[in-house]
Design a protein around this ligand. Structure first.
Ligand code: DNO
Length: 359
């Protein structure tokens, strides 16, 4: 398990590379150029500068996250071909500087969604991201965008890029009439164009699950169960068409058996990386994010890490996903330093125990 950390860049993160490097067992980043709009080329100069900067801090940069897919590709508009060309240029530029995995998603409009970014946890006064479908029922998509922007402590959030959301109402209208099957068709068109390039340059595409793991605002969503991902890997059969197995996103729906899903796709060599975090169920379609420790949430982290150990390559990329805000840290919701660092150590501890017990 190669332990990595999400970092938003020098100008955009409250956390420094030095701090990340000092977390025991940390090998590298799941990085991103967070100022890039969906559809834009990540130029060779930008990628080179970013990767070299990360290397100077003694960290690897083999996974890049949130190379966002333009909505025109998802909607299958005639303009998609240009955006696909741009995407291919970005893949080539990233590969040239040693990137091996690209994390992306194929969710219409919204990447991930919460109704509260700082829900206080009564027991200890920490706070975490929270979702309650009942609260969402009273809100329009525009309301939730405004609330999310207000609550994010001045940081931009992945998937909530202002320029994209400015077109929200228009984009939502354009999605009317696009069924899950049509979205899958458009997805296949995209994969058929990019996967051969990935095979050529040695990159794996890792699709992130819908978060939460069900449809929202009537939008088509096609990546929130084992069955969904079986269909996705079949759209273009290649080890380069892989998954970013996010335990917290899939795990928001208790019907998803996460260790079983990891084993299923691990055995098929379709897991390129994992985001590991815990969730606490609070009722029907209501949950909050918990500390990584199994006993603080509803996911069994031992069984999760064991499934990774048994079925994935032992150098598979992992990152501790969203943490709570603890010790009065103020930062990007979900992406503080302390709780994610604790999560990384805990996950590495589970790995060490499983590894030694299996010898
Ligand atoms: C949420 C993240 C996602 C993920 C994207 C990849 O916190 O895990 O935003 O990076 O879906 O495109």
């Amino acid at each position: 398990m190669k332990m990595t950390f999400r970092w938003y860049g020098e100008d955009s993160d409250s956390i420094t590379l030095k701090q990340i490097k000092q977390i025991p067992g940390m090998t590298g980043l799941m990085g991103l150029l967070d100022y890039k709009a969906a559809g834009e080329v990540w130029t060779e100069e930008e990628v080179k500068a970013y990767v070299e900067h990360v290397h100077e801090a003694g960290l690897e940069c083999e996974v890049i996250e949130s190379v966002n897919v333009h909505e025109d590709i998802k909607m299958g508009l005639p303009t998609r071909d240009q955006y696909i060309e741009n995407y291919i240029t970005t893949i080539r530029n990233l590969a040239k500087y040693g990137v091996k995995v690209i994390v992306y998603n194929f969710m219409p409009v919204f990447d991930w969604l919460r109704t509260d970014l700082a829900r206080v946890i009564e027991e200890d006064g920490s706070n975490s991201l929270y979702y309650d479908e009942k609260e969402l029922g009273n809100m329009t998509p525009l309301d939730i965008v405004k609330k999310t922007a207000e609550d994010c402590n001045g940081f931009t959030l992945p998937g909530w890029e202002p320029e994209r959301l400015a077109l929200l109402e228009q984009t939502l209208k354009q999605y009317e009439g696009i069924t899950p099957d049509m979205l899958r068709e458009n997805y296949k068109y995209f994969l058929d164009a990019i996967i051969p390039v990935c095979e050529e340059v040695g990159v794996k595409m890792a699709v992130h699950p819908d978060d939460p793991a069900w449809p929202i605002f009537g939008l088509p969503r096609i990546s929130h169960s084992q069955e969904d991902f079986d269909k996705i890997v079949a759209l273009h059969d290649s080890p380069a068409n892989a998954l970013c197995l996010c335990t917290g996103s899939l795990g928001s729906n208790p019907a998803n058996d996460i260790p079983a899903i990891i084993r299923h796709f691990g055995e098929k060599d379709r897991i390129a990386c994992l985001h590991i975090r815990n969730v606490k169920y609070l009722g029907e379609r209501c949950f909050r994010e918990a500390a990584h420790l199994s006993s603080t949430g509803d996911l069994d982290m031992y069984e999760i890490v064991k499934a990774v150990y048994d079925t994935c390559p032992h150098d598979v990329y992992v990152r501790p996903d969203h943490g709570r805000m603890i010790w009065d840290e103020v930062g990007r919701p979900g992406y503080g330093l302390y709780d994610r660092a604790l999560g990384a150590c805990y996950l590495n501890g589970l790995w060490e125990a499983i590894d030694k017990a299996s010898r």
